[in-house]
Design a protein around this ligand. Structure first.
Ligand SMILES: [Mg+2]
Length: 411
């Protein structure tokens, strides 16, 4: 039989408890767990709140989301970067109406409702906007529980090994090698990713012979004990990818990303079956049924959901769980230093099939500078998972003040 709150308070009073003990005891009693559809257990997620308002703050490539509930709790997340003004409009027109008034603890149901009611507008911008809502809800839960998102999922904040991710194809092999060696020596990186071929290149290179020169030049410069990853960004047909793959194997490359146009799953599966070097992919994929197909047919060896492209942490966890069932590792895509890299640190700290690295851009911060603090730092080749409540970072008030504000509110 349940005790009434009065009986509970009386019992505590009899025991002579202090008010802080009382609060702690009440909190412990109220603490609950929920099991997400992905199977992940989440600490806390108290029920009974209602989403009161959803604000977007849009500036250039970035749109930050602030969510408030009727008890004035709040959380911040971020819409996927690039064309953030379009995604912010989608947030207010196509996402917010399905979330306002809902209990944020029903995160699975909210996320599914936003996808299903937009079934005529599938994926890209709906998922980009949804990521902003989802990540704000996770921050809100973390702040209420005074735990990081990583801890809500049963993980422990800790330093995660990063690979330094080059975004450049306009750079000569010798210059690329030089800057990677400098980063190895100054930041302690033990892994790097470089760009081969040409984006959607139909078997063409950025310029003739670049890939054949780049891979051995970088391998020789960084040394045999530093891991080398490459990304082809949908460049090759299977025959060409396998040909290039032999060069990669000769240079001890440990990760070949997106060798073929990513939508051609059968092409990618052929490359994966033919090569020893592990093939990775999926950063653009946001349809969970497509993910299921990709994983079942073993189109790739390593899955790379992007938390913001796929529609938020809740959906990224579903991809990670599908991969875990097939003993595949998950190395999420996080190609810029806006909040997606913060979100990615937390998932890497929490899932059992996290791959060995965090993708960490080595390009200048540019438009991602000063969005939040504390900024992420590479020390000894690793980046610490922010250990404060929620995502463990604070959006910079001056960044918000310079952004365009829009709000959807529950009347
Ligand atoms: Mg990529």
């Amino acid at each position: 039989m349940k005790n009434s709150r009065r009986d509970f308070l009386k019992a505590i009073a009899v025991l002579g408890a202090t008010s802080s003990q009382l609060l702690k005891a009440e909190k412990g009693k109220a603490q609950s767990h929920i099991r997400l559809k992905s199977g992940h257990k989440v600490i806390g997620m108290k029920r009974g709140l209602k989403i009161k308002s959803i604000e977007t703050f849009t500036r250039g490539n970035v749109s930050i989301v602030r969510l408030r509930t009727d008890d004035v709790a709040e959380g911040c997340g971020q819409i996927s970067t690039y064309d953030a003004d379009i995604s912010a409009m989608v947030m207010h027109r196509k996402i917010a109406p399905h979330a306002l008034g809902k209990d944020p603890a029903d995160i699975d149901a909210i996320v599914d409702r936003c996808i299903e009611t937009n079934y005529k507008y599938p994926w890209s911008f709906v998922c980009r906007a949804l990521a902003g809502l989802d990540t704000a809800i996770w921050d809100l839960h973390g702040r209420r529980e005074e735990k990081s998102v990583c801890e809500l999922l049963g993980g422990t904040p800790r330093p995660i090994t990063a690979y330094g991710s080059s975004m450049r194809r306009d750079i000569k092999p010798a210059d690329e090698a030089k800057r990677l060696v400098h980063l190895r020596d100054t930041k302690g990186y033990r892994a790097f990713k470089i760009r081969i071929g040409k984006v959607c290149g139909h078997d063409q290179d950025q310029w003739p012979g670049r890939t054949e020169a780049l891979v051995p030049t970088v391998r020789k410069a960084i040394g045999d004990d530093v891991s080398l990853l490459v990304d082809a960004n949908s460049c090759y047909t299977p025959a060409k990818a396998i040909e290039v793959g032999k060069i990669l194997e000769d240079n001890n490359v440990c990760h070949l990303e997106e060798p073929c146009p990513y939508w051609e799953l059968e092409w990618t599966a052929k490359v994966t079956a033919a090569l020893k070097v592990p093939v990775a992919g999926g950063e653009q994929d946001n349809d969970l049924a497509q993910w299921r197909r990709m994983i079942r047919m073993r189109a790739v060896d390593v899955v790379q959901p992007d938390i913001c492209y796929v529609g938020g942490l809740t959906r990224a966890l579903r991809v990670a769980a599908l991969a875990a069932k097939e003993n595949m590792s998950c190395v999420p895509h996080s190609a810029n230093l806006a909040m997606v890299t913060v979100f990615t640190l937390h998932i890497l700290g929490a899932i059992p099939n996290a791959g060995p690295y965090l993708e960490f851009s080595i390009e200048p911060a540019g438009w991602t500078k000063d969005i939040y603090y504390p900024g992420l730092e590479v020390r000894d080749g690793r980046v610490a998972i922010p250990d404060g409540p929620g995502w463990g970072v604070t959006v910079n008030p001056s960044w918000l003040a310079a952004a365009k504000r829009q709000i959807s509110e529950r009347k």
